[in-house]
Design a protein around this ligand. Structure first.
Ligand SMILES: O=C(CO)[C@H](O)[C@H](O)COP(=O)(O)O
Length: 237
């Protein structure tokens, strides 16, 4: 089975959790796109749900698939967010932002009662960090912000090269919020919660791709079948 089929299987398993009347966060990326497509099929068959997209790309996908949309200003909470991830550790801490949507993804996940992460099982790692950590920054004062990020890395026992993300056309990648992303090659993040706190305290950092205590469960699809891992601690811990 190829990777794309595994991603679709994980998305299909998460869809089993969706009930009539639910308000859903819709993630971004190739795995989340499968979820939106499958959700669209259920909506066409009569399921009543409403979604909040985590990116302009997902908004376009949801509209194409006939999934009704709303905003976090119009509703007071979300029941479930279903989203992909770049890495998932055994505590269900995540690295996200490979697709550049980490800011809206984190706002939406934090507004949800539950976050279900869907992925092929290559995303499961013993320790986060092999995937470059995306850090969303304000372009103004990037030199100062980068130095503050390096200081935070040193305090948290990590180091690695940083690079401003480029789009396929060679220009700087600009997020839906109009910011830039710095990708940091850290290899091994020994204490992701401390690093998350240190990065959040830097003024020029808008958000970072460490999702700590947000995922409620992970649905991992692999050659051996589907594995569902539930988070042991309550959301936010
Ligand atoms: O965080 C993300 C986008 O910002 C994605 O969820 C993450 O990059 C995984 O993407 P894919 O499902 O394509 O592997």
């Amino acid at each position: 089975m190829d990777m794309d089929q595994l991603k679709r299987q994980a998305a299909a398993r998460a869809l089993e959790e969706v009930r009539d009347g639910m308000q859903l966060g819709l993630g971004t990326g190739s795995t989340a796109k499968h979820f939106v497509e499958l959700l669209g099929e259920r909506v066409a068959a009569g399921l009543k749900v409403i979604g909040v997209p985590t990116s302009e790309a997902t908004r376009a996908d949801a509209e194409r698939c006939g999934v009704p949309l709303t905003t976090l200003d119009a509703i007071d909470h979300l029941d479930i967010t279903v989203d992909g991830a770049d890495e998932i550790d055994p505590e269900l801490n995540l690295i996200k932002g490979g697709g550049g949507a980490l800011l809206r993804e984190k706002i939406v996940a934090a507004a949800s009662d539950r976050m279900i992460v869907i992925a092929d099982d290559t995303k499961w790692v013993p320790t986060l960090g092999r995937f470059p950590l995306p850090i969303e920054v304000i372009p103004f004062g990037l030199g100062a912000t980068s130095r503050a990020i390096e200081k935070a890395f040193a305090e948290c026992g990590v180091s690695g090269q940083m690079a401003v993300r480029k789009a396929k056309d060679g220009h700087v990648f600009v997020t839906d919020g109009g910011h830039w992303i710095v990708d940091a090659r850290l290899e091994r993040i020994v204490d992701p919660a401390s690093l998350a706190r240190a990065l959040s305290a830097i003024p020029g950092v808008v958000e970072h791709g460490l999702f700590i205590g947000l995922a409620s469960s992970a649905v991992l699809a692999g050659g051996e079948g589907i594995r569902v891992i539930e988070r042991r601690k309550p959301k936010g811990d």
